[in-house]
Design a binder for this molecule. Structure first.
Ligand code: FAD
Length: 598
């Protein structure tokens, strides 16, 4: 059976020593009073909830899955899920970072980020039920009418109701311009929706009183393609004027997908059979409104893989210290035993350190991004808000794709540490691999994220957003350039920063002549950019660790941090050279291959 310890020490290091969040909060009136003690106390309780309430339900949820009653269209979730959700609501956890105006606790997003990392480590399938509500909340908060906000936000905040995002249809996934669900205006200002959605996460369940579906659909006179999509809020149960629940709205689950992982989450086929909803935002501008939810969800998906990377690492590490097989190449280490623990073998260490480095780099990036969200929402200075907003937009596809791809590598490596036992269910390792796999696919596949990064976010604005991140790297290089102890961490990012600038210009130029060049380079490009970002955070973590050591702190945590950073720069970061080389090989070897694919 796997185990899980909330990584509170690493979270506190990042929050208080690397990102120095309390200093940042002092500039934001909403968070000026949020100090380190408050954050630490909240995270400790959050960790207990994850480790003690939802983690014990993870394997049962995977084995049991969800079941649909075709007669009533109700979905039963695995044993214990509903009770754990009631406890989550009772504890006020859904409200942690929501607006006090709607009953929220108003704590920073970065604290909520840590809560959700731990929940994802503990049980990704369960966490998706409350997780999607945050995106629905954000979309309604940004684009809803006062009436919609008043109706839905307090209930999403308390967790009494949960949210979904209904985009995908059988013939339309990546290309939302193809969607067919119809919305007809009614004389009372509401809309009648008809259509079929598939793959809707947390699409039906009895864990909450009501489900708030955010649905993309087309108005009768809508232009074709993505310019003719509108967003609607369609509740499972109608809401009366006094807030009480009314009649069942005909938006029904007609089937559940049988899938590779996240079995405890209900992935629903949804028939919308004349359900009544209201328009969110302007007609035909639904994609822009939905993007608020999609961006939140993309950061959330990165966080899912971060959680799985961490829990897989913890279990592989414990196993590698315990399992004895063969002797160390450099002579016996556990002489009192018949063989050495497998952690003595270089490649086992490589697998463990790969997962550890991907967890620590991912955590730094996720926290940095949620701090940016805090600034974008609550900093009094408009320029700071805008800057934070642009930076988080640039980094979102990297969070989504780089952290989930790394999660795939890491969970597989951790399973491999167990040898054949990793393939056997009782150890729980194969579930981490299976559960992680979807993270590379949904919320826009990782290929689509790479096109978003390179095509839209980098080339689309002539590299302006990328230069913003480059400035952060440049400032760190400038600050630490003369510090010999930092050279091993600073030199690689200084070199890669220059290389990425040239690489970007080169692809941009080739892309002008042939757009397939951008498509052919994008996935490699995102990984190179991801390593620059992780490299920057490993350098900042090394800087904080060296400072603590120089100040006389003997906590082995800091030595461990430096060793992990060294491993990262020596064994993972150099992948960038191969990636740039394969990207430079261009599109011809892909596109001139009709004969090969015939
Ligand atoms: C378990 C699960 C949960 C999900 N939850 C939700 C949910 O809650 N709400 C929701 O609306 N949807 C949900 N989805 C749907 C998910 O977001 C889509 O599956 C995903 O966006 C991909 O769409 P598709 O499956 O139709 O693949 P397609 O769009 O058909 O893509 C097939 C392949 O072609 C590639 N491709 C497509 N276009 C391009 C391009 N322009 N350039 C390069 N490659 C391209 C893709 O990357 C992919 O590899 C879920 C899916 C699953 C499996």
């Amino acid at each position: 059976m796997p185990s899980y310890q909330p990584p509170l020490r690493d979270m506190q290091f990042l929050l208080h020593e690397v990102l120095r969040v309390s200093d940042e909060f002092k500039a934001m009136p909403r968070h000026a009073e949020v100090d380190a003690d408050t954050i630490n106390a909240v995270l400790e309780e959050a960790g207990k909830f994850a480790a003690e309430v939802t983690f014990p339900l993870n394997i049962g949820g995977d084995t049991e899955g969800c079941t649909l009653d075709q007669a009533t269209h109700e979905v039963a979730t695995p044993k214990g899920f509903k009770e754990a959700y009631a406890q989550f609501v009772e504890g006020g956890w859904p409200a942690l970072s929501c607006d006090p105006a709607y009953g929220g606790q108003g704590l920073p997003y970065v604290v909520n980020q840590c809560l959700y990392e731990m929940l994802n480590s503990a049980n990704q399938a369960w966490t998706m039920y409350p997780g999607l509500s945050h995106g629905a909340y954000e979309a309604l908060a940004a684009h809803g009418t006062e009436e919609q906000k008043k109706t839905y936000l307090p209930k999403l905040t308390s967790g009494e109701w949960t949210g979904t995002m209904c985009l995908t249809e059988p013939h339309c996934g990546t290309d939302l311009g193809l969607l067919r669900t119809k919305a007809e205006p009614l004389p009372d200002g509401t809309y009648k929706l008809t259509g079929n959605k598939i793959f809707i996460s947390a699409g039906e369940h009895g864990m909450a009183e009501n489900i708030v579906h955010l649905v993309l659909a087309r108005l009768p006179d809508a232009p074709k393609g993505s310019k003719g999509i509108s967003l609607f809020v369609v509740p499972k149960f109608h809401v009366k004027a006094d807030g009480a629940l009314g009649e069942r709205n005909p938006i029904f689950c007609t089937g559940l997908e049988h899938k590779m992982g996240i079995h405890g989450n209900a992935t629903a086929q949804i028939a919308i059979d004349g359900a009544i909803g209201t328009l969110v935002g302007a007609p035909n501008k639904g994609l822009a409104a939905m993007f608020v939810m999609m961006n939140a969800a993309r950061l959330g998906v990165g966080n899912q893989s971060l959680g799985l990377t961490e829990v897989a690492y913890q279990n592989a590490l414990a196993y590698a210290k315990d399992r004895i097989q063969m002797r160390s190449l450099s002579g016996p280490k556990a002489k009192d035993k018949d063989a050495d623990p497998i952690i003595v073998h270089p490649d086992v260490r490589k697998m463990l350190l790969t997962a550890k480095a991907y967890a620590e780099g991912g955590r730094a990036l996720q926290m940095f991004c949620t701090m940016l969200l805090d600034k974008a929402h609550h900093h009094p200075d408009e320029k700071t808000r805008k800057n934070a907003d642009e930076l988080v937009a640039l980094l979102t596809p990297i969070v989504k794709a780089f952290i989930t791809d790394n999660g795939h590598t890491a969970t597989n490596a951790c399973m491999q540490v167990f040898g054949g036992h990793g393939f056997i269910k009782e150890w729980g390792m194969e579930q981490f691999v299976r559960d992680n796999r979807i993270n590379m696919i949904y919320e826009g596949t990782n290929t689509v994220q790479s096109l978003d990064l390179l095509g839209r976010k980098v080339l689309g604005d002539q590299g302006a957003a990328l230069r913003k991140f480059g400035k952060l790297v440049g400032a760190l290089v400038e600050e630490e350039g003369v510090n010999e102890k930092m050279a091993e961490f600073i030199n690689p990012i200084a070199v890669l920063g220059d290389q990425l600038t040239k690489f970007t210009t080169e692809i941009g130029f080739k892309g002008l002549q042939n757009p397939d060049e951008v498509g052919a380079a994008a996935v490699d490009y995102l990984r190179v950019a991801g390593h620059l970002v992780f490299g920057y955070f490993f350098a900042r973590m090394a800087q904080a660790a060296l400072r603590a050591i120089a100040a006389g702190n003997t906590d082995p945590f800091y030595t461990a941090k430096l060793q992990t950073a060294r491993f990262y720069f020596a064994k993972l970061f150099p992948e960038t050279a191969t990636l740039m080389r394969t990207a430079r090989a261009g599109s011809r070897v892909l596109m001139d291959t009709d004969a090969a694919l015939a």
